[in-house]
Design a protein around this ligand. Structure first.
Ligand SMILES: Cc1cc2nc3c(=O)[nH]c(=O)nc-3n(C[C@H](O)[C@H](O)[C@H](O)COP(=O)(O)OP(=O)(O)OC[C@H]3O[C@@H](n4cnc5c(N)ncnc54)[C@H](O)[C@@H]3O)c2cc1C
Length: 370
């Protein structure tokens, strides 16, 4: 068999690329090392509830083209992300807005809230923050920092805020309106029926081989020339492609613990509850049915635990510090020289990408090919 493209990875990037080029008459074979399609956006139906198996995914974009593109594959509901923060039983609306300030200080007007924040910032007297704690204090003052930022961030990174670089938090948007919409984008929602359905439709009519790792595939099926291809689109980790010859790029990982609660119809009344104290070991509880306004009996919740990453673990968040960025740059130069291979997606680019940005990048890459 001969294909124009071998696409490595059936995540959002690989599936978008495959969908566009195959519509233009190019042939492709998609290989995916996991036993399911979708990569990080994979959703699985458990007891009638679409469970986001690799963390909560809320689609949001201001990119008209991307929005029209994904709407070919699913209808989106009008879910608006409005997480709640739980600090030792005190509940606060997120993102930081007038509801949060009312809950924290009892104030009702933007002027009152701004005054408190200004006073708290001034009290800290920090002009040149040298770490994340100082940065946050200089931006929002002590109350918000201690109740809503400190514990959550320390759990996320596994380190004290004083030992984290200030660049992790460049800005902390404060909204002086009663508006709990987490995102500012023009479009937002959850695909009705889950994300896996989108990927299935994108890959309709395209040959997909699950449980197939790239290197093993090259050593077996492709080695005997039973399968040939002109180009490779590679969406796996860039350092793995080069057999880690320059060193390993680092990630932060997550551990998800799903609980099926058949006797509970509504566990927390909201899709996303952030636990912002240091003591609770998880950072969030996701109750999936609320993403789709699902009124079925029973519920499924997922506790999200930040975890140190070691080679072999699921890579979630790239650690874009100086060391890793410099290493990635070296791999990027190697990748540029690699003939017949296009690198893409979050792992191929060692970059945190929202879904809309991944789709936009894959559309651009496919266009460049056509
Ligand atoms: C916890 C979490 C929450 C997120 N929430 C949001 C959100 O709310 N909104 C939003 O817009 N974005 C969110 N994102 C980002 C979103 O997940 C990504 O934008 C998107 O999934 C990236 O798609 P991708 O195809 O680049 O990568 P992936 O989904 O990782 O796909 C790559 C695929 O390649 C496969 N692969 C890797 N190596 C090989 C190999 N050697 N051989 C064969 N196959 C291989 C992998 O198994 C995987 O299936 C979130 C990300 C995380 C980590």
């Amino acid at each position: 068999m001969h294909y124009d493209y071998l696409i490595v990875g059936a995540g959002l990037y690989g599936a978008t690329f495959a969908n566009i080029i195959s519509k233009q008459g190019r042939t492709c074979l998609v290989i995916e090392k996991k036993n399911h399609i979708g990569g990080n956006v994979y959703t699985k139906n458990i007891n009638g509830i679409n469970v986001h198996m690799y963390g909560a995914h809320i689609f949001h974009t201001s990119d008209e083209e991307v929005w029209n593109y994904v709407n070919q594959f699913a209808d989106f509901n009008n879910y608006i992300n409005s997480p709640i923060a739980n600090f030792k039983g005190e509940l606060y609306h997120l993102p930081f807005n007038m509801n949060t300030f009312k809950e924290m200080w009892g104030v009702e007007t933007p002027e009152e809230a701004k005054k408190i924040i200004e006073e708290q910032r001034a009290k800290e007297g920090i002009d040149n923050p040298t770490n994340l704690e100082e940065q946050a204090l200089s931006l929002v003052g002590r109350d918000i920092y201690e109740k809503l930022i400190k514990g959550y961030t320390e759990k996320q990174w596994g380190r004290d805020c004083k030992d984290l670089p200030s660049f992790i938090i460049r800005r902390l948007p404060l909204r002086f309106e009663y508006n709990n919409n987490y995102f500012n984008d023009k479009y937002q929602g959850i695909p009705i029926g889950g994300y896996t359905g989108i990927i299935e439709k994108m890959l309709e009519g395209i040959e997909v081989r699950l449980g197939t790792d790239y290197k093993t595939f090259l050593a077996n099926e492709a080695a005997g020339k039973d399968i040939t291809f002109d180009l490779v689109l590679y969406t796996g980790p860039i350092d793995e492609y080069f057999d880690y010859k320059l060193g390993q790029l680092e990630f932060r990982s997550l551990c998800f613990k799903n609980e099926i609660l058949s006797e509970v119809d509504d566990y927390q009344g909201n899709a996303v509850m952030n636990y912002t104290d240091r003591e609770t070991p998880y950072t969030r509880i996701i109750e999936h049915k609320h993403f789709e306004f699902n009124k079925c009996k029973g519920t499924v919740v997922t506790k999200e635990y930040p975890a140190a990453w070691k080679p072999g673990d699921e890579p979630y968040y790239p650690i874009n510090d100086e060391r890793n960025n410099a290493l990635y740059e070296k791999y990027r130069i190697l990748a540029e020289k690699e003939e017949g291979v296009i690198f893409g997606g979050r792992l191929g680019s060692y970059k945190y990408y929202d879904m809309d940005k991944v789709i936009a990048a894959a559309i651009d890459a496919a266009r460049a090919e056509l």
